[in-house]
Design a protein around this ligand. Structure first.
Ligand code: DAH
Length: 340
């Protein structure tokens, strides 16, 4: 190789380093000129075959070229590294003056919130919360509550059966299993499990073979109430329910209207005056002696009252909601209107 060629090689190398726009490009250029198979390296290897005087001369030039390239490379590397650090620092910069991003908090579903407000009223009156299973036997859901065998509520039209009436008994001897149509079976479960007196409320989910519309859902909620003691009268029932309505809806007019339920006698519905008309709020009555007997209580010694309230209806009244289906559609625009 001539001195001129070597100068050209060095000049090419210096230009390639200067033009490298990234550290990777610089590494590639470095490898091309001074790497193990680089252009300058192969010149250096060829030195051995030269005569002594030429070798010394060319060797000194190659060393000078290598030194010039090494210096240019390290200067360029320094510049490119600074550039890279500047970009990374800018990308990772944290503006500590920005307002914090607060995670969105959920809130209680309006039906749940209404149920809890109702339960709170009764707990304040000394009631205990009781529960029962959603898959219930025909005996607790109907039989113990004095429903006659041919009562229309038992028909497949209203009741969702898990095991149809008349099916073979299982190992526990249970024949009919159903999704409870009301929370009233918790009355029977509670009385069978403890002696009087009883003061319980039982909030929970209930099921009916209904199509969802503005005022019905196939799965909805109830709060059952049961009070059994030695001298309870309808006046106590009335006073208790007045307490509830005042706590939740304020001083609205109410009336008791005669009604019929198999498990209470007498029975009534409680209406409240809202938006210029009477609106049915709940069913109630004095517990039927047959129910007390079925649950092992003596109707000569104890008596009491029961009531069943639909919290969906009450939540609709409280919040001015006109379609019950909104409660189950999980539309966040609706749900977020009820902050915690
Ligand atoms: N279980 C009734 C229903 O689902 C509601 C009800 C009415 C419950 C009167 C009661 C009661 O405890 O006394 O329609």
């Amino acid at each position: 190789m001539s001195a001129v060629d070597l100068e050209a090689l060095q000049a090419d190398g210096l230009r390639a380093y200067a033009e490298a726009q990234t550290l990777d490009a610089l590494d590639a250029a470095k490898n091309f000129y001074v790497g193990r198979r680089g252009a300058l390296t192969s010149v250096q290897r060829s030195l051995g075959s030269l005569p002594e005087n030429e070798r010394r001369d060319l060797g000194a030039r190659v060393n000078a070229a290598r030194a010039a390239l090494a210096q240019a490379e390290s200067q360029r590397r320094h510049v490119l590294e600074e550039e890279r650090d500047r970009v990374v620092l800018a990308a990772e910069a944290v503006d500590v003056t920005l307002p914090p991003r607060v995670p969105k908090l959920g809130s209680l579903h309006p039906v749940q919130e209404t149920m809890e407000a109702m339960v709170d009223v009764f707990v304040g009156l000394g009631y205990r919360v009781a529960t029962g299973p959603e898959v219930e036997s025909d005996w607790f859901n109907f039989e113990a509550l004095n429903y006659q065998p041919d009562h229309p509520a038992r028909s497949l039209m209203d009741t969702i059966y898990v095991r149809a009436p008349g099916a073979e008994a299982d190992q526990q001897g249970v024949t009919d299993l159903l999704l409870r149509t009301h929370t009233s079976p918790v009355q029977a479960r509670t009385m069978l499990a403890q002696p009087p007196p009883v003061y319980i409320v039982a909030p929970g989910r209930v099921y009916r073979a209904d199509i969802a519309d503005a005022t019905h859902l196939p799965a909805f909620h109830q709060i059952e109430g049961l009070a059994i003691d030695t001298d309870l009268t309808m006046a106590d029932l009335r006073g208790t329910l007045v307490e509830l309505v005042h706590a939740l809806l304020g001083d609205v007019p109410m009336r008791f209207r005669p009604h019929h339920f198999p498990f209470t006698e007498p029975s009534a519905e409680l209406d409240i005056w809202l938006d210029g008309r009477w609106v049915e709020l709940l069913g109630c009555g004095m517990v039927h002696p047959n129910v007390l007997r079925a649950c092992g209580y003596d109707p000569e010694e104890v008596q009491g009252f029961a009531f069943g309230i639909g919290p969906e209806r009450l939540a609709m009244r409280r919040h001015g909601i006109s379609d019950m289906r909104l409660f189950v559609e999980s539309d966040l625009r609706f749900l977020s209107a009820f902050p915690a």
